[in-house]
Design a protein around this ligand. Structure first.
Ligand SMILES: C[S@@+](CC[C@H](N)C(=O)[O-])C[C@H]1O[C@@H](n2cnc3c(N)ncnc32)[C@H](O)[C@@H]1O
Length: 273
């Protein structure tokens, strides 16, 4: 079945293939697809239709998918117009980028990935740059038409040193004041990914990381990073308004000149369905 689908994708082109796959999934998925609120798609259902793993069982805890969690934070962003810009590190097959593009129908959607083949997922509102997330110069210069983003999601290598290198540049230089920065899949930050799971060969795109790059995580660097941020918040320093931990996710909000708004209140942690 997989090879038939692959052939079909080659025959009709990736863009058309994924468009029709999404429509097909939306039709098949109809019972869960619509929330109680007037047939509006939830972000989780939309993500499921597009095939991102952010809404699957492995990315669900206590009844909440990653996307259920994100939806609570994203409500404060206008969904239409207003120059919304989103950057995600980690494109793979473009599923999450197409989800963002549907959820924010006027937004500027940018993806960054080390795998050059990801370029094929570009569309009119989706731009993709190729490079490694630990290359500060590339992170500074990619997408010159968009200086700062409202939302940055790191779903890239899940190698701690690279996660931290990307954060260093992107949070300070490419995130708007009041913007959100999400680090995903923190479960990996405890794991010796190369030694125990051979991620260089088992995970898509990971073999593009330079030979000799250390792909074994040691959670100490992450712990230090988070503790330093908390220390800054406690001592009224720095640019972070809050960092919220959910299962395997950290969501950081950049301080805005206006300070906290009502939208900065802690979202209700109960599942909405
Ligand atoms: C989990 S996938 C992204 C999935 C996608 N965000 C989604 O939800 O559909 C991770 C991606 O990170 C990319 N990646 C691996 N190492 C990277 C690096 N050093 N810099 C940027 N991207 C990297 C891989 O090529 C892969 O496409």
């Amino acid at each position: 079945m997989k090879s038939i689908l692959k052939l079909l994708r080659l025959a009709v082109g990736a863009r058309r293939y994924y468009h029709w796959r999404t429509v097909w999934r939306a039709v098949r998925h109809d019972a869960d697809t619509f929330t109680a609120k007037g047939g509006e798609l939830s972000l989780s259902s939309l993500g499921h239709c597009h095939g991102t793993d952010k809404a699957d069982a492995d990315h669900t805890f206590a009844g909440l998918t990653y996307l259920d969690v994100y939806e609570r934070y994203l409500r404060e962003l206008p969904s239409r117009g207003k120059d919304i810009a989103i950057l995600e590190i980690g494109v793979r097959e473009g599923a999450s980028l197409r989800m963002w593009s549907d959820w924010f129908p006027d937004a500027d959607i940018c993806g960054f990935d080390i795998d050059p083949s990801c370029k094929r997922f570009e569309e009119s509102r989706i731009r993709i740059a190729i490079g490694s997330q630990d290359d500060p110069q590339l992170l500074r210069t990619a997408f010159p038409e968009t200086s700062r983003f409202d939302l940055i999601v790191d779903d890239g290598s899940h190698i701690n040193s690279m996660t931290l290198a990307a954060f260093d540049v992107l949070f300070a230089e490419r995130l708007k004041p009041g913007g959100l920065y999400i680090i995903e899949d923190l479960g990996c930050s405890y794991d010796r990914l190369q030694t125990d799971s051979d991620v260089r060969h088992q995970w898509p795109g990971m073999h593009y990381n330079r030979e000799g790059a250390d792909l074994d995580n040691d959670r100490e660097d992450m712990d230090r990073f988070f503790l330093d941020r908390i220390n800054d918040i406690d001592h009224l320093r720095g640019d972070i308004l809050f960092l919220h931990f959910w299962s395997r996710i950290c969501i950081l909000k950049k301080r805005s000149d206006q300070g906290a708004t009502t939208a900065d209140q802690i979202p209700n942690p109960e599942p909405s369905r």
